[in-house]
Design a protein around this ligand. Structure first.
Ligand code: NAP
Length: 306
């Protein structure tokens, strides 16, 4: 595997595959996959070079990690040839968590540690390659949360720590209390969601030299299903670039558009379809030139740049 297919999130930190497999929708299909089917999907992803798997405690109503863990137990590969990422702090209101009277966040030390322990048990592993705080918590006590994260890192249960959906200022606050760098901020971005270009998120990532992970890189599928004018315009621009570059597929160009950014974006792919995963790996070989990149931005924003 060439280096272009891997990425070190920040100097000296964990390395991930440049395209990450997102596990959020694992149980969303019409048929719940059994352990064999999950093991096959893991094998397909790894064969395509997607060795990093993005989880959260809450995915599938708190059930995805255990379903994935059952598949992992049957998969024939080695634990240290893949990277497992999980998240904590969102508290869903669901029958699976009867104590949660409403949706909220919890970055207390007790919750963070307990959530990681549950993720490890569900996934059937003794360490996470990367733990992310899932959402900024207005009640986060940075000293307490950082101490819990540092303790998890020291124990070896978590090899690296990052955040998700944090503003640069929230990132800096937590980072200021940790004895090691935060290695990523996982944020939403796509050809339909471009605010990270201008809200300071990507500037912050370049300044501190960490690679941001990108969720819903195809707009959660709305790129294909959306029937607004904007989606139609963006699809037309992607199709033109697909024809020019030989990418052959709108999704490939949409991912290549993210990969073109110098902040070293790491798209987390959400499809559960092996053929779509295989198609999107081609994005690693498509280099958009500046004018192709700007043509897609112009279509997304509905006007030329100033
Ligand atoms: P996405 O890749 O933008 O969307 C995936 C959806 O698009 C799937 O439902 C897929 O359906 C659909 N799709 C339709 N046509 C497609 C095509 N031609 N190629 C590929 N997909 C197509 O990503 P996402 O699922 O919204 O999010 C990706 C990952 O990000 C999640 O799995 C999760 O790990 C992470 N995430 C993180 C946060 C956070 O707050 N940190 C929030 C949301 C998600 P099929 O399965 O039928 O292909």
């Amino acid at each position: 595997m060439s280096d272009r297919r891997r990425i070190v999130l920040t100097k000296g930190a964990v390395s991930l595959s440049r395209l990450v497999f997102g596990a959020w929708r694992l149980l969303d299909g019409p048929v719940r996959p059994d352990a064999e089917a999950v093991a096959r999907l893991i094998g397909t992803a790894v064969d395509l070079g997607l060795t990093s798997f993005d989880h959260a405690d809450i995915y599938g109503n708190y059930e995805v990690e255990a379903a994935f863990g059952a598949g992992l137990a049957r998969w024939k590969g080695k634990r240290d040839s893949i990277e497992l990422i999980s998240k904590c702090d969102i508290m869903l209101q669901t029958a699976n968590r009867p104590d949660n009277r409403l949706k909220h966040y919890d970055t207390s030390a007790a919750h963070v540690v307990a959530s990681v322990e549950r993720s490890l048990t569900s996934l059937g592993t003794d360490y996470l390659d990367l733990l992310l705080l899932h959402r900024p918590d207005p009640l986060m006590n940075a000293d307490e949360t950082a101490a819990a994260l540092a303790g998890l890192a020291k124990s070896g249960k978590v090899r690296a720590v990052g955040v998700s959906n944090f503003t640069p200022s929230q990132f800096d606050l937590l980072a200021s209390r940790l004895p090691f760098p935060l290695v990523t901020n996982q944020i939403e971005m796509s050809v339909l969601k471009t605010t990270a270009l201008t809200d300071g998120s990507l500037d912050h990532a370049q300044r501190l030299a960490y690679a941001p992970m990108i969720w819903s890189p195809l707009g959660g599928g709305s790129l294909f299903t959306g029937n607004g004018e904007r989606e139609a315009r963006v699809r037309a621009a992607l199709a033109a670039v697909a024809a020019e570059t030989g990418a052959g597929d709108l999704a490939v160009v949409a991912i290549a558009w993210l990969l073109r950014h110098p902040a070293r974006l790491v798209p987390v792919l959400g499809t559960m379809k092996p053929e779509r995963l295989a198609a999107m790996v081609k994005a690693l070989d498509i280099g958009l030139d500046r004018q192709q990149w700007f043509a897609i931005l112009e279509a997304s924003e509905g006007r030329p740049v100033a």
